[in-house]
Design a protein around this ligand. Structure first.
Ligand SMILES: *Cc1c(COP(=O)(O)O)cnc(C)c1O
Length: 417
């Protein structure tokens, strides 16, 4: 009951409620004027949501976002951000999750049951594979690996048990760009659901739901932690679809798991979103300049960036991304000669001053991570050269400063110019 109805007339006389200060601080009568308009939506936090009467309590629906029932089921903040992310990705429906990884797990848990098989690309985001070989394997769900550059390989690996195909474009460590259209075509022909980890493209490099010729993925998962946030200071994920029936599966699983996102985290992503296109383009441009420079360095035997003609899958990237709003995200990787000991590569990474050692990407600070690729791969053949791989995630610093940092670190670590 609201405080105004407490003072309303019940019998002939008007009973006046005179609350003590302790109650009045909780049920205060003051209502601020309603017409406050400002650039950012207000942060509205709740576990409990009030209903005006019992009838509303019994009839309100949250599944279709027509009303509010409980903080976990949605707030004005979560509904609004979900609509914006659906717009960003060319989807119709969106559900927010507490991290990018939980968005991936939502898709796995909503769709898979004992006896099902999942197919994953060899360059899949590592923690998704860890989830499949951990929790999901213990539920009797199996997985196999396909070559993301070879749609024929995927077609051959689909069995009657295959329920879901994961896609990633580009691979988040090795940046091979898959034959995405070819892979999705195979999934459609074989009537298998496919889900794209859309963190790299972010909805800007291509439209995953409309890849051309009426072909599109069934789901996207997106680590909003990355480009939508842009700050390196918040974790969030999303699952988008165009199909109501698929969306409902995700929504129900989301509710059963009891996961949700806090309004302050949503606020952080809301603040990042208006500048996502500008930031994505700036990261993209800087990363391409540095990747091109890296091709001139003798220390690196391979430079991986989809815009480079020699980078694996370049032709697929060119076919899909070059007319887009954003083109190639902000990452590239280099491979050192196989004879270079990993300790020398570690020394190079340690000598960097602007680049910080750290996971994730799309924040203002440039990041670097050395990877031991063989331990991450299953297939025997790979387009990636042997040797220690280092991934750079380019932030928003001046390109010439980053280049100087790379030059000095190569020198300190004993690589000749
Ligand atoms: C970072 C990332 C994720 C996971 O996002 P978190 O919010 O860190 O859980 C998933 N997929 C890709 C490709 C990523 O880069």
């Amino acid at each position: 009951m609201s405080s105004s109805s407490n003072t309303s007339s019940v019998t002939g006389s008007t009973p006046v409620l005179t609350p003590t200060i302790i109650t009045e601080l909780i049920h205060h009568p003051y209502q601020p004027p309603a017409d406050f308009a400002s650039p950012q939506p207000p942060v509205q936090k709740a576990s409990t949501v009030f209903f005006p009467n019992v009838a509303a309590m019994r009839s309100r629906q949250w599944q279709d976002k027509s009303a509010y029932t409980y903080g976990l089921h949605g707030t004005p903040n979560s509904y609004l951000l979900e609509e914006k992310i659906a717009t960003l990705e060319g989807a119709k429906y969106c559900v927010l999750a507490p991290s990018g990884l939980s968005a991936l797990s939502l898709i796995n848990l909503a769709l898979l049951k004992t006896g099902d098989q999942v197919l994953i690309p060899d360059n899949i985001y590592g923690p998704n594979k860890a989830m499949l070989s951990g929790q999901l394997a213990s539920f009797g769900i199996s997985w196999d690996v396909y070559d993301p550059l070879n749609a024929q390989d995927l077609a051959q690996k689909i069995t009657v048990a295959t329920r879901l195909v994961w896609l990633e474009a580009a691979g988040s460590v090795t940046l091979e760009f898959p034959d995405l259209i070819g892979l999705v075509k195979v999934c459609k022909e074989k009537s298998v659901l496919c889900a794209l980890d859309n963190t790299w493209g972010a909805g800007l490099a291509f439209n995953a739901f409309d890849l051309g010729n009426g072909i599109g993925v069934d789901f996207t998962a997106h680590a909003l932690t990355k480009y939508p946030s842009g700050g390196g200071d918040v974790l969030m994920g999303s699952v988008c679809t165009r199909e109501l029936a698929l969306h409902r599966k995700i929504v129900n699983c989301h509710m059963h798991l009891g996961i949700g996102v806090g309004a302050n985290d949503i606020e952080a992503v809301q603040r990042g979103l208006p500048s996502i296109v500008l930031r994505y383009q700036a990261h993209d441009l800087a990363s391409r300049q540095l990747a091109l420079w890296a091709t001139t360095q003798t220390a690196f035997v391979q430079v991986l960036h989809p815009s480079l003609p020699n980078s694996p899958g370049h032709q697929h990237w060119k076919a899909l991304c070059t007319d887009a709003i954003g083109k190639a995200a902000g990452m590239f990787s280099v491979v050192f000669d196989a004879s270079v000991p990993s300790a020398q590569v570690d020394a190079f990474c340690d000598a960097l001053k602007l680049f910080q050692l750290g996971y994730s990407w799309a924040g203002p600070v440039s990041l670097v991570v050395p990877y031991d690729l063989p331990s991450m791969r299953s297939l025997k053949s790979s387009p990636i050269r042997e040797g220690v791989l280092v991934r750079f995630c380019i932030g928003l610093e001046a390109v010439q400063d980053l280049q100087q940092d790379l030059v000095q670190a190569l020198k300190v670590a004993g690589f000749s110019a």
